[in-house]
Design a protein around this ligand. Structure first.
Ligand code: BEZ
Ligand code: FE
Length: 597
């Protein structure tokens, strides 16, 4: 038979059994409002609402609400929900949420035989499967129980519109995995083929444009069909591997699917059908590129899995693009570093080589292009001296400085976020007394800064050295203005016994980064502006504490959304509050981390 798209999947006759899901499906935008009608159809007057606080006012007239659903459906949580169900004499279940909420709904149905109305907010698909997963004493088991299949599923596209991109991607790739597995399953049938091909054709395309309600509707329809695929065939190798790794290393479910699917597909060998349905030639590579463009995840390493020994898993662990053969040349180069003593240096240099080689191969890099890149780097070197650091600027505009900075921050979550140093810091700024005016009378909107430095516990840090530097009203630092006599708009303070400091200055303004060199040329060539959002820099050091380098951005200032060095973090955008006399007040508490002894 020829399924959708006229593609012949099975050349030989096959046998199959098919039982369609008897569930009632209500699909549309705003269909959440139809839940009361659906309850009336069921003759239910006392539903238990399973939903987080977010849905507390969703308009479903419930006898009670339980908001404690968690991943993997622990039996203790089911017991708690069951107690609420019984206490309130509930006669049905309405579940609004992702896979965890649906899981709890099914587990409750297994105990109570109550009818369920499930309103999924992600693309998990489990609302149309009879699979019940439960965790007891940390061990997860899954069973197929026809009686837990929800009788009514209400798909409301509006609920999925605000699903964050990261969850959208992993949840949709999870659905895609169900479809791909169904396609290659020994239990495949014309029905699962048709559904699977539709899903595979739809999800990658819809993921590329999440802004429209139509794409969201396509994704939700695809998730429904993918769920039906999952319901109709038993799970394959890919799914089992995701569960095994997820269980062993406590990896998040849909993220694990997302990392592994391109690799599982590559390992399958014959992927032409998937490629045709996706409209590409290399399905594993295209899928990997899509996930990577949408922000990942692409490696098991970033999900927190320890390094595996097995080669298949190792590729997925390091996030290698599947199908990308490591050439004999690359292997030879990698082997040349085998003698590196320091393991970290070895890791960093070999991974760099892998990525550089793969970059050249993937882009079919020409000699001319590479020569141009070398010339660019040469110019970057030529313009760099002890006053001008064009390499740092390059790292800044490529966002690399901010990536490294974010990695640092994620290791110190309880302290004030850091931000890039920038090229305008001058070591050893002039010492200033509290209350000093560091603008030295330059024109601008007067600014008063009152700050405190505390540690993670909120205890004041006295005697901390606080260096401050900023641009003037026209967006220049003193070092850019040869006519200025000596340092201005930069100073060094020491916090008082209560960890405080205060000084006067002027409001900083937005400014372009130095754009007269190769980095400026790059920005111009790609049509990017060179501006930074207005900010004041701070560098805070105190004995026994980690140094904090950061910036505070003026709320409402220009370029906050398009800072050319990607340095803006929400937590660093603060009020520079207008005062009755026209001046501004910046009042801020910095939290710095103690050095672990
Ligand atoms: C700055 O804020 O001073 C800066 C940071 C990165 C690049 C250029 C300037
Ligand atoms: Fe700056």
């Amino acid at each position: 038979m020829a399924p959708a798209g006229g593609q012949r999947l099975a050349r030989i006759m096959r046998s199959f059994a098919w039982s369609g899901s008897p569930a009632r499906i209500v699909f549309g935008a705003g269909t959440l409002a139809q839940v009361p009608e659906e309850l009336a159809r069921l003759g239910s007057t006392r539903p238990l609402l399973l939903a987080s606080d977010r849905w507390a006012d969703c308009g479903v007239p419930a006898a009670a609400r339980f908001g404690g659903a968690t991943m993997h459906t622990p039996v203790e949580v089911t017991e708690q929900a069951l107690a609420v169900f019984r206490e309130h004499g509930a006669d049905s279940i309405v579940a609004i949420g992702g896979g965890s909420t649906t899981g709890l709904s099914k587990a409750l149905a297994a105990h109570t035989a109550a009818p369920q109305i499930v309103v999924p907010t992600t693309y998990a698909g489990s609302e149309v499967t009879p699979v019940l997963g439960e965790t007891r004493d940390g061990v997860k088991t899954t069973r197929r129980l026809p009686e837990v299949l929800p009788g009514t599923v209400v798909y409301d596209v509006e609920l999925t519109r605000s699903l964050p991109v990261a969850t959208t991607v992993t949840s949709a790739v999870n659905a895609l995995a169900h479809a791909i597995e169904a396609l290659y399953s020994p239990q495949a049938s014309p029905m699962t083929d048709a559904m699977a091909l539709h899903v595979i054709g739809t999800i990658p395309r819809a993921l590329r444009d999440l802004s429209t309600v139509d794409s969201r509707a396509e994704l939700l329809e695809a998730a429904w069909l993918a769920g039906n695929c999952l319901a109709s065939v038993s799970t394959g190798r890919h799914h089992k591997l995701c569960h095994e790794l997820g269980g062993r290393y406590r990896l998040p479910h849909s993220e694990t699917h997302t990392v592994l699917l391109p690799h599982s597909l590559a390992a399958h060998g014959s992927t032409d059908t998937v490629a045709r349905a996706m409209g590409v030639t290399d399905a594993p590579g295209a899928l990997y590129d899509l996930i990577s463009e949408l922000g990942g995840p692409t490696s098991l390493r970033e999900l927190g899995m320890p390094e595996p020994q097995d080669e298949f898993l190792h590729r997925a662990w390091r996030g290698q693009r599947p199908g990308e053969a490591v050439s004999a040349l690359t292997r030879q180069v990698l082997a040349s570093f085998a003698g590196t003593e320091d393991p970290r240096t070895h890791q960093l240099i070999t991974d760099l080589v892998r990525h550089l080689h793969s970059y050249a191969v993937r882009n079919d890099l020409t000699e001319r292009e590479w020569t141009r890149a070398i010339e660019f780097l040469t110019d970057t070197g030529h313009i760099t001296d002890d006053k001008r650091q064009e390499f740092v600027l390059l790292s800044d505009v490529l966002g690399l400085s901010s990536v490294v900075d974010l990695l640092t921050n994620s290791r110190t979550p309880d302290t004030t976020p850091s931000a890039v140093l920038g090229p305008f810091y001058v070591d050893g700024p002039p010492a200033a007394e509290h209350g000093a005016d560091i603008s030295d009378g330059l024109p601008g909107t007067p600014l008063v800064v009152r700050a405190r430095v505390t540690d993670e516990a909120g205890e004041p840090v006295p005697g901390a050295v606080v260096d401050v530097w900023q641009s003037n009203e026209d967006g220049f630092y003193d070092v850019q203005l040869p006519e200025l006599d000596g340092p201005v708009l930069r100073a060094r303070f020491h916090t008082d016994p209560l960890g405080r400091l205060h000084f006067r200055s002027i409001l900083p303004s937005a400014y372009p980064i130095p754009a007269d060199g190769p980095v400026g040329g790059l920005l111009a060539e790609v049509g990017r502006h060179p501006y930074r959002a207005p900010h004041v820099h701070f560098m805070i050091s105190a004995p026994g504490h980690r140094r904090l380098v950061t910036q505070l951005f003026v709320r409402g200032g220009e370029y906050l959304d398009s800072d050319t060095v990607f340095g803006v973090k929400d937590a660093l955008v603060v009020e520079f509050t207008p005062q009755p006399d026209g001046s501004r007040l910046l009042d801020y508490e910095f939290r710095i981390g103690r050095l672990s002894s």
